[in-house]
Every structure is written in structure tokens, then in C-alpha cells.
Ligand binder design. Structure first.
Ligand code: DAH
Length: 347
């Protein structure tokens, strides 16, 4: 039996030395020390030994068991260390390899144009305010004097959220006039830039999402002269002192009187022709439409609790894309939204 135990020990230690993975180690542990293991089988025969031999063999068996256990533990540690070493070697970083360069970006041309316009208005004492893009029909239309059945309310023009056509994506920034006037007493002097949405097919001059800047001034004694002064200041700051503009009568339900403001085409200088062809920027018109404006309708003032006998005001709505396109000589609106870095990096 002594010899048997010695053999078991020799074979076990050899096998453990040869084990190359934690799984192989575990398999050996069961085989060597488990209930059905060789050592257990030998111990079961202890009963057949004489009373003198039994403690000697018992001691020897325990010693064999202890050395197998020690070896198991040792191999476990060795395998773990080897695995860690291999992992570290596989994952070494060469810190001397040059890094991937990170190129500096800059503001999108639309944000540049917006920032310019904001700066000009803030310089004239306006406050910049923000409002919701998901708007009530009440603010977007009704309280701006836009009656039920007006074509701009049509589902083919406006994105609605509900069957009752009460909640929509704002089609203009003008609802901000109502939101400001119902909360603030005059004097009021604000601009409200933001996104607006219409069911338009995208082409060179249209997009289903675009930006406007709404302006509103309400105080005692405000006249059309103040409106002209403010808009002329804006346009000359943006396009230069020699920019030529005209005020053309127009109709908006929420202003009376109303006008549109055009700028003489910067490409053909109002002739409508360029290089013997119809000017592509103004389509031969000689003028580029920049914005809509007017004197706030007395009904709109009264609807917000402002006394129209005491106060008057002007309002305007500028298309920001158009403003940016004119400012940066961009001829297709879609370029502003494609986000092609080759295009954007030119500005
Ligand atoms: N909201 C108008 C539009 O989207 C633009 C506009 C016209 C705004 C006249 C105004 C205004 O504030 O007075 O076409």
C-alpha cells in the first residue's frame, strides 16, 4: 500500500505539472481527490490493515493528499500569472506611435448668421427669447388673426399632432408675439429665433424645416418709421452700408399695414441678368425677398390684454436660411443641411 500511495503521488504531481489550463487543473482535482478518485479508493482499503499499520498508512495518505493539494494551488497561481502575462503582452500600447490628429471644427454657417443677427439686435436693446416648436393652433393661428379655413391651416401645409388640428409644429415664429405679449407689459423689445416647419418639398430655396427670427416691439408711439429704422439698421449691418432695400406693401393677418422687405440682388445688382443670362440668384427679379413685417394689428394687441389706444407696435419675421445664403453667397438651401464637411469648412 505504501508503494501504491507513492505511485499515486508521483503520477499526480507529474500530471499537475503538465496541466496547461484552469479547466485541466479542475479535471485533475476531481480525478485525484474526488470521491471516485484513486486516493479515495486506496483509503477505502485501510480497513484491511493491521492496527499498527493503519496509523502509519493514514499519516502517509494524508501527506500525499497534502502534497497534491499544495501542487494544485501552486499550479493555479502559475497558470493565473501566465495568463495575465500573455494578456498584458497582447495588449501593450506603443506610446511612441503618432496619434490620430483631431481637426478643429467651427460654427455652422447657420449658427454664424444667427449669432450675427442676435448681436445686432442685442446692440439695439432687444432681448432674445425662446419658445416651443410644438405649438397650439391657438397661438400659431387663431390669436394671430388667422381665421379657421385659412389656407395656411390646411393639413397639406401644416404638420398636426391630433385629429382636431389643435396641436402642431409651429409654421412660423409669430406665435412668440402672443406668448410674450400675454406675459409681459409694454415696453416690449424682443427677438425670438427658432425652427419652423411646413409641408414643403425640399428644393434650392425650400425645406420642410427652416429657421426664422421673429421681432416684436410694443410701446407708446411706435410707428412704421421705427420699423423701417430697425430693419434698415439690421440689413446694412449684415450686408454693408451700400445694400439697397425696398419696402413693398403686402398682407399679413396679424399686422396692419403690412409689408415685405426686399434687398437688391447682390449678384446682378438689380438688373436681373448676369453674364448675359437670367440671374440665378434672384431668378431675373433683381430683388431678393428678405422678410415680412408690419404694425401689430390692434385686435392682436387687445387679444393679449394690451390697450391698443395707448400702445402700438411693429413686428417682423426673417427667414434665417435666406439671410445666411445671401450673406455667404450660398445658392442652394439643401447645402446648409447636408452637413458635408467639405462644404461647411469653406465658411
Ligand atoms: N410669420 C410670417 C411668415 O412666416 C412672417 C411675418 C410677417 C412675421 C409679418 C411678422 C410680421 O412678425 O409682422 O411668413
Amino acid at each position: 500500500m505504501k508503494q501504491q500511495l507513492e505511485e499515486i503521488k508521483q503520477r499526480a504531481l507529474q500530471a499537475l505539472d503538465g496541466a496547461s489550463s484552469p479547466a485541466a487543473l479542475e479535471e485533475l482535482r476531481v480525478k485525484l481527490l474526488g470521491k471516485k478518485g484513486e486516493l479515495t479508493a486506496v483509503l477505502k482499503q485501510m480497513g484491511k490493515l493491521s492496527a499498527e499499520e493503519r496509523p502509519v498508512m493514514g499519516q502517509l495518505a494524508n501527506a500525499v493528499r497534502a502534497s497534491i493539494e499544495d501542487k494544485l494551488e501552486q499550479r493555479k497561481t502559475e497558470l493565473h500569472a501566465a495568463a495575465l502575462k500573455a494578456k498584458l503582452q497582447a495588449e501593450t500600447i506603443d506610446v511612441t506611435i503618432p496619434g490620430t490628429p483631431v481637426s478643429m471644427g467651427h460654427q455652422h454657417p447657420m449658427n454664424k448668421a444667427l449669432q450675427e443677427a442676435k448681436d445686432i439686435f442685442v446692440g439695439m436693446g432687444y432681448t432674445v427669447v425662446d419658445g416651443p416648436e410644438v405649438e397650439l393652433a391657438d397661438y400659431n393661428f387663431t390669436r394671430l388673426n388667422i381665421e379657421p379655413g385659412h389656407p395656411s391651416r390646411d393639413r397639406s401645409d401644416t404638420f398636426y399632432f391630433d385629429d382636431g388640428d389643435q396641436v402642431l409644429l409651429r409654421t412660423q415664429t409669430s406665435p412668440m408675439q402672443i406668448r410674450v405679449m400675454e406675459k409681459t407689459k409694454p415696453p416690449i423689445r424682443i427677438v425670438a429665433p427658432g425652427r419652423v416647419y411646413r409641408k414643403d418639398e425640399a428644393d434650392a430655396t425650400h425645406s420642410p424645416m427652416f429657421h426664422q427670427i421673429e421681432g416684436l416691439v410694443v410701446d407708446e408711439g411706435i410707428t412704421m418709421g421705427d420699423l423701417k429704422g430697425a430693419l434698415e439698421t439690421l440689413i446694412k449691418r449684415l450686408y454693408g452700408e451700400d445694400a439697397v432695400i425696398r419696402f413693398r406693401p403686402h398682407h399679413f393677418p396679424f399686422t396692419e399695414p403690412s409689408c415685405e422687405v426686399d434687398m437688391q440682388c447682390f449678384k446682378c445688382h438689380g438688373t436681373g441678368e448676369f453674364d448675359g443670362h437670367v440671374c440665378s440668384t434672384c431668378h431675373g427679379e433683381g430683388w431678393i425677398e428678405l422678410l415680412g413685417a408690419g404694425m401689430v394689428h390692434p385686435d392682436v394687441l387687445e387679444g393679449c390684454g394690451i390697450d391698443s389706444k395707448k400702445y402700438s407696435g411693429f413686428a417682423f419675421g426673417i427667414g434665417l436660411e435666406r439671410m445666411a445664403m445671401g450673406r455667404m453667397r450660398i445658392n442652394d438651401m439643401r447645402l446648409l443641411f447636408d452637413n458635408d464637411v467639405r462644404f461647411l469648412s469653406q465658411f
